[in-house]
Design a protein around this ligand. Structure first.
Ligand SMILES: [Zn+2]
Length: 485
C-alpha cells in the first residue's frame, strides 16, 4: 500500500508527459534549430572576447671583455647566451601589458623608468614590466648612455633598443589565444639564512628548514589558430648563483637552461619568459659550483614547468586589469650622538687601523643628524596583472624575501597567483620585520649598522628598511586586489 502510494505521483507525471509528447517534440525541434543557429554566433562572440598575445625575443649577450657582476671578473667568452624575452597580452577591450624577462642581474629605478617611458612612447604599450632574473654571471642594465664611449655603453644602447623592439614586435604579432595557468612542484635552492647559535648572528649557508617557494608557476598562451603555445611565462624563486663566481664565461645560469629546455620540448618558436620570484633569501643549489650543475638545475626546472604546462587549466575570464600602487619604505632614523660616536670608534679595519671609508660614510650620517633629517625611504612600486578572479601576477621591485611570495599566494583572492620580485627597479634587499628586528645581527640582507656587511649599510639609506615596512608592503599589494565579498 505504502509502496503504491509512493509510486503514484511518478506514474501520474509519466502519464502527463505521454499526453504532452507531440507538443514537446515540436518545441524541442524548434529549440534545437534555434541553438544550432546560435552556435556559430556564440563561437564568434567567444573568439571576439578572446585574449590576444604575442611574444618575441632577442639575444642580448654583452661583448666579450666586459666586467661580469657579481662577483666582478672580466668575461672571456660565453657559456650560454643572454636573452630579452617578452609576452604581450591584450584583452578584447584593449587593456594590455608587456611582461619582459631579462637574463640580467638587475637595474635601478632610473634605467627602468626611462626604458618603460620609451617603450610607451614608441609602441603605445602603457605598462611594461621589466623582470630581471638576477643571474650573477651577467651585468646590470644601466640607463641609456648619452653617448657610446666603449663596448659596455654600446651594449647598453643596443640592449635598450632590443627591448623596445621586442615589445613592439610582440604587440604587432598579437593573435587570438587561449590562456592557461598551472603550477608544479619545483625547488632549485634552499633558504640561505642561518643563525649562529652562541652569538645570534645570521650568516649565509644552506638552511634546509628555512622557508622557500617550492613550486614553479606557469601561464601559457595557446594560439587559437594552431592550438600550439606561442609563449610560456614561468616563475621560480632562487638566486641564479649556481654558476661559479670564478667562471669568466657569461651565462644565464639555471633560468636560461630552464627556458632552453621549454623551447627544446615545445618548439624553438615558443618563447619562454622567466620571472624571478621572491628569491632574496634563497640561493640556487649547489652554490657557485659548475656550469654543468646550473644547466642540470635549469633542465629540471624546465621539466617541472613543462609538467605544469601539460596540466594547466584554461582561464575562462576575458577581462585583464593592470593596477599599480606605490609606497615608500622608511629607513631607520639616525642614532643618538653617543651611539654614533661608538660606531665611529669601532669603525676599524681587521688589523685595527681606522677605516676611513666607514668614517667618511658616518660623517654623511652626522650631516643628516645635524640637519634634523632621516635617511631617505626606499621606493616600492607594486603591480598586479589580474585576469578576472582567476589569475594574478604581482610584481615588486628589490630583492624581496620569499615570505612575501608565500603571503601573496595565501591571501590573494585569485585561484592562482604568480609573483615576481626584481621588477622595474631595485635598491637592494627587502627582508621581513622578523629579520630587521635582529638589528646588527640580521646578516647580509637585513643587518643594520654597525654591521658594515649589511646590504644597505654603505648606501644612502645607512641600513635596511625600518621595522614596520613589512606592513606597508602587504597593505600596498592588498590595495591592488578586488575586495573580498
Ligand atoms: Zn641578490
Amino acid at each position: 500500500m505504502i509502496l503504491r502510494r509512493r509510486l503514484t505521483p511518478r506514474r501520474l507525471s509519466v502519464a502527463l508527459s505521454a499526453q504532452a509528447t507531440l507538443a514537446q517534440l515540436v518545441l524541442t525541434a524548434l529549440l534545437a534549430a534555434v541553438l544550432l543557429l546560435a552556435m556559430p554566433t556564440t563561437a564568434a562572440a567567444d573568439h571576439q572576447l578572446a585574449f590576444k598575445a604575442g611574444a618575441a625575443q632577442r639575444d642580448i649577450t654583452p661583448p666579450v671583455g666586459y666586467q661580469i657582476t657579481h662577483y666582478e671578473r672580466i668575461s672571456i667568452g660565453v657559456h650560454d647566451p643572454l636573452f630579452a624575452r617578452v609576452l604581450y597580452l591584450e584583452d578584447h577591450q584593449g587593456n594590455h601589458v608587456a611582461i619582459v624577462g631579462l637574463d640580467l642581474i638587475g637595474a635601478g629605478f632610473e634605467a627602468c623608468d626611462q626604458l618603460r617611458a620609451e617603450i610607451k612612447e614608441k609602441s603605445g604599450v602603457e605598462n611594461t614590466l621589466l623582470a630581471f632574473s638576477h643571474n650573477h654571471s651577467s651585468v646590470s642594465l644601466m640607463p641609456r648612455p648619452e653617448k657610446i664611449v666603449d663596448t659596455v655603453t654600446g651594449w647598453n644602447h643596443v640592449t635598450h633598443d632590443a627591448i623596445v623592439e621586442i615589445v613592439r614586435e610582440a604587440k604587432a604579432k598579437a593573435e587570438p589565444v587561449t590562456l592557461r595557468m598551472g603550477r608544479a612542484e619545483a625547488q632549485v635552492g634552499f633558504n640561505r639564512r642561518l643563525v649562529h647559535k652562541p652569538s645570534g648572528n645570521v650568516y649565509m649557508g644552506v638552511n634546509k628548514e628555512g622557508p622557500v617557494v617550492p613550486w614553479v608557476n606557469v601561464l601559457v598562451a595557446d594560439s587559437r589558430k594552431t592550438g600550439r603555445p606561442i609563449a610560456v611565462l614561468f616563475e621560480h624563486a632562487a638566486h641564479p648563483v649556481i654558476v661559479p663566481h670564478t667562471s669568466q664565461l657569461t651565462s644565464a645560469d639555471y633560468p636560461g637552461a630552464a627556458a632552453a629546455r621549454i623551447s627544446e620540448v615545445l618548439g624553438d618558436d615558443v618563447v619562454a619568459v622567466f620571472g624571478q620570484g621572491g628569491g632574496g633569501n634563497i640561493n640556487g643549489y649547489p652554490l657557485r659550483s659548475t656550469h654543468e650543475l646550473a644547466d642540470a638545475a635549469g633542465r629540471k626546472l624546465g621539466d617541472a614547468a613543462l609538467a605544469a604546462v601539460e596540466a594547466a587549466e584554461t582561464i575562462e575570464s576575458h577581462e585583464l586589469t593592470v593596477k599599480f600602487a606605490q609606497s615608500w619604505l622608511p629607513s631607520n632614523p639616525p642614532p643618538t650622538r653617543e651611539v654614533w660616536q661608538q660606531w665611529v670608534d669601532t669603525a676599524r679595519t681587521r688589523d685595527g687601523q681606522v677605516d676611513q671609508r666607514k668614517v667618511d660614510h658616518l660623517n654623511k650620517l652626522r650631516a643628516l643628524m645635524e640637519a634634523g633629517e632621516n635617511p631617505p625611504p626606499r621606493r616600492f612600486d607594486a603591480y598586479a596583472v589580474m585576469i578576472g578572479r582567476e589569475w594574478c601576477l604581482v610584481t615588486m621591485p628589490h630583492e624581496m624575501f620569499c615570505q612575501y611570495e608565500l603571503w601573496i599566494d595565501e591571501k590573494a583572492p585569485f585561484r592562482r597567483t604568480m609573483t615576481f620580485a626584481y621588477t622595474n627597479g631595485g635598491q637592494g634587499y627587502v627582508a621581513v620585520d622578523e629579520a630587521w628586528k635582529l638589528k646588527e645581527k640580521g646578516g647580509y640582507e637585513a643587518g643594520s649598522l654597525p654591521n658594515w656587511g649589511g646590504n644597505g649599510s654603505f648606501s644612502e639609506f645607512f641600513g635596511p628598511p625600518a621595522v614596520g615596512s613589512e606592513k606597508i608592503i602587504k597593505d600596498t599589494i592588498a590595495s591592488l586586489w578586488p575586495r573580498e565579498e
